[in-house]
Design a protein around this ligand. Structure first.
Ligand code: URA
Length: 438
């Protein structure tokens, strides 16, 4: 007979757990047969001593099998993208309809934002009527009809992750590459996809602030997913600056639609990152196609408005307006006031504290500190200046979308402090794509 304490001891003593032991642990966990103290001890032992590659694969698959595993009957490749989280990151909102326009099926299960990084579901929730919670049947129908759907996770998918994550959160065991890998990949495998592109972000606005750690995470995610029959690659992408000039839920959606309609040509980092991830994903599915050919096709789908239309179809299928492309400016929630925050001196923007900017959004109601917090979907920033730009004293660093006419001087100061302005010449421009891991 197995005992939980024996498994904890084994992991504590740096021994390897067998596949059966891992499966049993996860099953017992989901039957509520493991005391929270035991789960915490197990997680800490795993955090300290790590999991071997085989343990990681077994743990990921045991977690995947702890709930429903979606099965798709679709006439085309089933693809998905996952990002480790950033600020102003609306890649999914463009990539999903773009991949669908390329003939792939994209059943994207996304999360809410927590902490300084935004969540795709919160952004989409700002669209009146859009229902992120869908039954499995309607999710299946919409993906099959429209080609893509971005929805929230149901409690039936990987229940083990919910239990483990809650305990990781209070035992300082979230930041383990092995545990993050099992958590992310188990959920992707349970959604039934077989091709995955990972956007591992690195920089001042990312969870991983240095390339070495980002690379370690990317390699771990890619190898576990590939070993579990899901073709996977990763790009390590830059998150020093916010990815788009808008930060805030409804404001980011509005900017995406502007970009899709060709009305905003200034979102180069967002488009470059989205296109690079889409090309990598498509070329993984169709290795015989040349990247130049794929790139041409991607640009023509974006420029012709096909991707915009696909986005509108998805929004409508999920309960949003049928004519979102012509009504979005009117129907997205807005704050009463838009206030410029001005530079205090002349010079070049040499650094943006993107994480601090994400945290200010959270403080003014656009993000959550705890899972139960309600959001103000209309607050945020637009026209955020980019690194290396020259600004004059009194020029706007950004426009603050805010519910009150007056803002405290401390909030203005806090926003100003996110921008370092110096007299020196600008540094090299930021390259959005840093490395590929496959
Ligand atoms: N995102 C997840 O889904 N799980 C983690 O452990 C970390 C980030």
């Amino acid at each position: 007979m197995m005992l939980i304490q024996d498994l904890i001891r084994k992991k504590r003593d740096k021994k390897r757990l067998t596949s059966d032991e891992i499966k049993w642990f996860v099953q017992e966990l989901c039957k509520n047969e493991v005391e929270p103290a035991q789960t915490g001890a197990f997680l800490m032992a795993a955090w300290i001593n790590g999991l071997s590659e085989l343990e990681k694969i077994n743990f990921t698959n045991a977690m995947k099998n702890s709930g429903t595993v979606l099965k798709w009957k679709l006439n085309g490749p089933i693809v998905d993208k996952h990002s480790t989280g950033g600020v102003g990151d609306t890649v999914s909102l463009i990539l999903a309809p773009l991949m669908a326009s390329l003939g792939c099926f994209v059943p994207m299960i996304s999360g809410k934002g927590l902490g300084h990084t935004g969540g795709t579901l919160d952004k989409l929730s700002s669209i009146p009527g859009y229902k992120v919670e869908q039954s499995e049947t309607s999710f299946q129908k919409i993906v099959s009809r429209v080609g893509c759907a971005i929805v929230g996770q149901t409690s039936k998918l990987v229940p083990a992750d919910k239990i483990l994550y809650a305990i990781r959160d209070v035992t300082s065991t979230v930041d383990s590459v092995d545990l993050i890998t099992a958590s992310i990949i188990s959920k992707k495998l349970a959604s039934g996809i077989n091709n995955l592109i990972l956007d591992v972000k690195v920089g001042r606005g990312a969870l991983m602030t240095n390339v070495t750690r980002a690379k370690k995470l990317a390699k771990s995610l890619v190898s576990v997913a590939n070993a579990s029959n899901c073709k996977t690659r990763a790009l390590i992408t830059n998150m020093d600056d916010p990815l788009s000039s808008a930060i805030g839920n409804a404001l980011e959606v509005e900017t995406v639609v502007d970009v899709l309609l060709g009305k905003n040509k200034n979102e180069k980092a967002l488009l470059d990152t989205t296109i690079a991830l889409s090309i990598e994903l498509y070329s993984m599915v169709y290795p015989a196609k040349s990247k130049t050919e794929i790139q041409k096709k991607v640009h023509s789908l974006l420029d012709s408005g096909h991707v915009a239309e696909r986005f509108e179809n998805m929004v409508s299928a999920l309960g949003g307006p049928k004519d979102f492309l012509s009504t979005y400016k009117k129907v997205l929630p807005k704050t009463k006031y838009v206030i410029p925050i001005r530079a205090k001196k002349d010079g070049y923007i040499t650094q943006i504290d993107t994480k601090a900017l994400g945290n200010i959004l959270l403080k003014i109601g656009g993000g959550r500190q705890k899972a139960s917090d309600n959001l103000n979907l209309s607050v945020g920033f637009t026209k955020v200046v980019k690194s290396n730009k020259r600004v004059d004293a009194n020029e706007a660093l950004l426009m603050l979308h805010y519910p009150d006419k007056c803002l405290s001087s401390s909030l203005e100061e806090e926003i100003n402090n996110c921008f370092t302005i110096s007299g020196r010449d600008p540094a090299q421009p930021i390259n959005p794509i840093l490395q590929k891991i496959d």
